[in-house]
Design a protein around this ligand. Structure first.
Ligand code: UDP
Ligand code: MG
Length: 318
């Protein structure tokens, strides 16, 4: 009998979790030829999320959980869940029912046939989202796909069902700066895409502010492309070339017309402009350097405070 692991990252989801649990157990009972395990990752929630999960556990042996010592972010939570999973097939889902659990049935049917290694989902609409956020999201996907070799699908959700083989490939990537949308593409494998319309949150509210998403998109670009470094190099070459032409022009002009003092406003503009470009390029290099710095420190991606096996005992997992 196959085993399906469902990984759910939860951050302050006390309202949504009971609804989610009801839905997922319902779906699990409809899939007759597989057993289930539900892995809830409590990402340092400040509300009663952990208590809610423990209550599920007390009634249902299939429920497992990992509770972090603080909020490490969704990426760390997904990684912890994937590492803990033991199923032949592993699914990642949000706790807020924006990823409809009943799609799991179709996903499982597809994967069982063995042609695909992964069934993933993408949103074809973004209704219910602020227009400015949709606009920036579209620009981001266009940009990153131009400058990165890894395919990052527009509107792709983290919601997917994967084979053990693909999950092992993902957990073997132990980078600190994790950008899952890129990692899923990077590991390869055959992916089938299911499309669906955006569904609004069942309860609670989104944890992603515009600024958080913006920083996340920069992380994605830095993690999966070195094009910004190339751009700054090309800009440098271009400016040297321009400077060379201007030097020749000014020398010739001075020799012919003499040297009356004029043109200082334009000079100021040029100095400011070039200074700005230089700072911009140093900033780009700084971004890569800071990521490298965090990476070489080899800090653990998350720290576990508690699991269903060892309540309270503290352990550090890399
Ligand atoms: N999440 C998490 N850690 C965080 C932020 C979010 O584990 O620091 C979880 C959250 O509980 C939810 C999922 O990630 O299950 C998606 O978050 P959310 O619904 O807020 O994002 P959105 O759907 O609005 O993009
Ligand atoms: Mg959501």
């Amino acid at each position: 009998m196959n085993k399906i692991s469902v990984v759910v990252s939860c951050y302050n989801e006390q309202e949504a979790l009971p609804l989610f649990y009801e839905e997922i157990t319902n779906v699990a009972s409809q899939i007759k030829d597989a057993e289930f395990e539900f892995i809830f990752v409590n990402d340092g929630s400040k509300d009663k999320t952990l208590e809610v999960i423990k209550e599920f556990r007390s009634k249902d042996e299939r429920v497992k959980f990992v509770s972090f010592s603080r909020n490490f972010g969704k990426e760390a939570a997904m990684f912890a869940g994937l590492k803990k999973s033991t199923g032949d097939f592993v699914s990642i889902m949000d706790a807020d029912l924006q990823d409809p659990p009943k799609m799991l049935i179709e996903m499982y049917e597809t994967l069982k046939q063995g042609e695909y290694d992964c069934v993933a989902t993408r949103r074809v609409t973004r209704k219910g989202e602020p227009p400015i956020r949709s606009l920036f999201a579209r620009i981001f996907y266009k940009l990153i796909n131009k400058i990165s070799k890894t395919e990052i699908v527009d509107g792709a959700r983290d919601f997917r069902l994967m084979t053990r083989q693909m999950v092992d490939a993902i957990t073997s990537m132990e980078e600190y700066n994790r950008f899952s949308k890129g990692i899923f593409g990077w590991v390869g494998f055959n992916t089938k895409w299911l499309e669906y319309e955006n569904i609004e949150r069942a309860a609670g509210e989104t944890k992603w502010s515009f600024w958080k998403l913006f920083k996340y998109s920069i992380d994605g670009i830095i993690a999966f492309s070195t094009a910004p470094l190339v751009i700054s190099t090309i800009m440098g070459i271009l400016f040297c070339f321009m400077a060379f032409i201007m030097i020749v022009f000014i020398v010739v002009k001075t020799l012919i017309y003499g040297d009356p003092v004029s043109g200082w406003p334009s000079m100021t503009c040029i100095i400011l402009f070039v200074g700005g470009v230089q700072l911009f390029c140093i900033g780009i290099i700084g971004q890569y350097l800071s990521k490298t710095y965090l990476e070489v420190k080899k800090r653990p991606i998350y720290i576990v405070k508690e699991t269903e096996e060892n309540n309270q005992k503290k352990e550090v997992v890399i």
